[in-house]
Design a protein around this ligand. Structure first.
Ligand SMILES: NC(=O)c1ccc[n+]([C@@H]2O[C@H](COP(=O)([O-])OP(=O)(O)OC[C@H]3O[C@@H](n4cnc5c(N)ncnc54)[C@H](O)[C@@H]3O)[C@@H](O)[C@H]2O)c1
Length: 281
């Protein structure tokens, strides 16, 4: 069988990680890259890359406010799409992308890679305690909510997504930000409570998730080998090879539902009040 031909849009921090995975994965070939910074990619305009190259799929690693246009163009070109999280900076962008992808029928995965972990399926969580306290690379948009780079979309949304995967729909959220740290509480429809603390902390304790249930307590290893960021991309490649979108770790619908909860958390922090989620998520 021939190799899948992949294009990469946005060759920054996470783009470099995916480039390494593609180089290490049999049956996939990174044939072209695009980045607005001259010299960083083969193309400065992803439109030219999509038009000129014969591609099966694109991996989109631009900052959140620059997901919409390349995703819609890729869907219209009939390409499979691995889209880095968060799906977008706004629900308007997310819904426009969802409509284009539904219209094209192409396979799409969202880069919430912790769904690639072997998660316990038999627990009924009562409490979920997540933290993401570590340093990270400087990026111009990181930390800027107007560019979709808030701590909540960038960091907490990983843990929101993982807690949703384990405990289901969220019905209400509240939150607080102080000294650069964000603390969130998620109330699940099941009655479970989720707690999340994130922030940029040099020499911090890192990322963790503990699940408390009547059937036992589980500490989920968020840093296993192989790394879930690699497994998640490889599962997408397998889904494309088999033409089976159900094989991806995080579907676009789940990614959009997580964005809804994350944006509700942003609002809760901004207004200082609990925010209810209106629909199932
Ligand atoms: N899954 C994860 O664990 C993980 C980790 C880090 C980042 N991310 C996500 O990946 C995305 C990128 O994050 P990053 O840390 O790599 O950012 P980054 O700033 O390091 O890289 C983004 C790259 O996109 C390029 N770019 C910006 N606009 C562009 C455009 N219109 N066309 C082409 N290139 C463009 C920039 O020049 C830059 O090289 C974000 O959505 C982020 O949330 C996910």
């Amino acid at each position: 069988m021939r190799d899948l031909r992949i294009g990469l849009v946005g060759v920054g921090w996470v783009g470099a990680t995916h480039r390494t995975t593609l180089a290490e994965t049999e049956g996939a070939e990174l044939v072209a890259t695009a980045d607005v910074i001259p010299g960083r990619g083969d193309y400065e305009d992803w439109r030219a890359m999509i038009a000129n190259e014969r591609l099966d799929a694109v991996v989109i690693c631009t900052p959140p406010m620059h997901h919409r246009e390349p995703v819609i163009a890729a869907a219209e070109a009939g390409l499979a799409i691995y889209l880095e999280k968060p799906v977008a900076g706004t629900l308007d962008d997310a819904h426009a992308m969802s409509a284009a992808i539904a219209g094209s029928g192409c396979i799409c995965a969202v880069g919430y890679q912790y769904r690639a972990l072997r998660l316990p399926t038999n627990l009924r969580p009562r409490a979920l305690l997540g933290r993401g306290l570590s340093d990270t690379a400087d990026r111009s948009w990181f930390g800027d909510a107007t560019q979709g780079g808030s701590q909540i979309l960038e960091r907490a949304s990983h843990l929101i997504d993982l807690q949703r995967a384990l405990a289901g729909d969220v019905k209400q959220v509240s939150g607080h930000e102080q000294s650069g740290l964000v603390s969130l509480t998620l109330e699940f429809a099941s009655g479970a409570v989720g707690s999340i603390v994130v922030g940029r902390v040099p020499n911090g304790p890192g990322w963790s998730l503990d699940v408390v249930s009547d059937d036992g307590n589980v500490a989920i290893d968020l840093d296993p080998d192989p790394p879930p960021i690699r497994t998640s991309l490889q599962r997408f490649l397998e889904a494309v090879r088999r033409r089976d979108g159900s094989l991806v770790c995080c579907s676009l619908a789940e990614g959009v539902a997580t964005l809804e909860v994350a944006l509700a958390c942003e609002r809760a922090v901004r207004v200082g009040e609990s925010v209810a989620l209106t629909a199932a998520n």
